[in-house]
Design a protein around this ligand. Structure first.
Ligand SMILES: Nc1ncnc2c1ncn2[C@@H]1O[C@H](COP(=O)(O)OP(=O)(O)OP(=O)(O)O)[C@@H](O)[C@H]1O
Ligand SMILES: [Mg+2]
Length: 275
């Protein structure tokens, strides 16, 4: 993530970012005026990295995510994908964008049809099959990626799975599209601590094995720092800090970041356990 206003990307790669928001603002009409949920935000997301957007509830993370996903129009600014302006694309172009940029949200239970098994749910997914691979083989491959045994998982109904397993099925479902970017918005927030770590490890593993770019959105700076290479901190719709995870943890510049970090006193120790 770099400030697109800067001449040289801070990552030093100089490559075109996979996904960018440039001067993106979102205002919502409310009684008596409007609120600015995202305020002139410019961030770049570079390929093959895990990038976290962190901030307290209401800081504008999901609004930014929805605009990046092209699920909500921007009030002003530009969304770019692979260097191309996608802010206003429509029809087939937008559908193709939605295949490349997949999302996983907080509550996977609401995304399931409770009367369908995992196998049936995944079979209904229009898939990006490769080569001679059959749909069954693709489903097995994607379930394996997220650490589920296909033989066990395929015949299960949603209520027969744990929250963590349901979240993994949703990630597998996203992977069936062979995406370039996986955006996870509070995807691990409902999991208990040990399941959360294993879900974070799944995301980390997907980055290493598939070269996926992962956008990880969370209110929990501990999870952000555990998983991400780079962190953007949002407060009241503004980006108040950005940098490599180590820089943000060990040399935070912003008072709000320092306050978020103070809430996780064991963070520096836990980083040693990072995969
Ligand atoms: N459709 C909407 N209409 C009006 N206001 C909205 C709408 N969506 C979001 N907001 C407001 O925009 C601000 C940012 O909300 P957003 O959901 O982006 O925050 P968030 O950082 O994702 O919070 P959380 O951690 O609770 O998910 C909040 O003040 C919220 O009330
Ligand atoms: Mg949110």
């Amino acid at each position: 993530m770099t400030d697109t206003k800067a001449d040289t990307p801070a990552t030093g790669t100089g490559l075109v970012p996979v996904l960018s928001a440039t001067h993106v603002t979102k205002q919502f009409k409310v009684a008596g005026g409007h609120i600015t949920a995202v305020d002139d935000v410019s961030v770049d997301f570079h390929a093959g990295k895990v990038l976290a957007v962190v901030g307290e509830s209401g800081s504008g993370k999901s609004t930014l995510a929805r605009m990046l996903l092209r699920l909500m129009p921007v009030t002003s600014g530009t969304i770019s994908y692979m260097g191309k302006d996608v802010t206003n694309i429509k029809g087939g172009e937008l559908r193709s964008y939605w295949r490349d940029v997949q999302a996983v949200f907080q509550d996977p239970f609401s995304s399931f049809n409770q009367f369908f098994t995992v196998g049936a749910t995944l079979k209904r997914r229009m898939a990006a099959k490769q080569g001679d691979e059959t749909l069954d083989e693709l489903i097995e491959r994607c379930l394996s990626y997220v650490g589920l045994k296909p033989g066990d998982a395929i015949s299960k109904y949603p209520h027969q799975l744990s929250g963590g397993q349901r979240q993994r099925v949703m990630i597998a479902r996203a992977l069936m599209m062979n995406p370039k970017v996986l955006l996870a918005d509070e995807a691990t927030s409902m999991l208990d601590a040990s399941l959360r770590v294993s879900a974070l490890n799944v995301l980390q593993d997907l980055r290493s094995r598939l070269g996926l770019t992962v956008l990880f959105i969370t209110h929990d700076i501990g999870q952000a720092c555990y998983l991400a290479d780079e962190v953007v901190v949002m407060e009241n719709g503004l980006v108040v800090e950005r940098g490599t995870t180590d820089a943000v943890i060990f040399d935070p510049q912003n008072a709000y970041t320092k306050r978020l970090l103070a809430d996780v006193p064991d963070l520096k120790g836990s980083l040693k356990k990072r995969p």
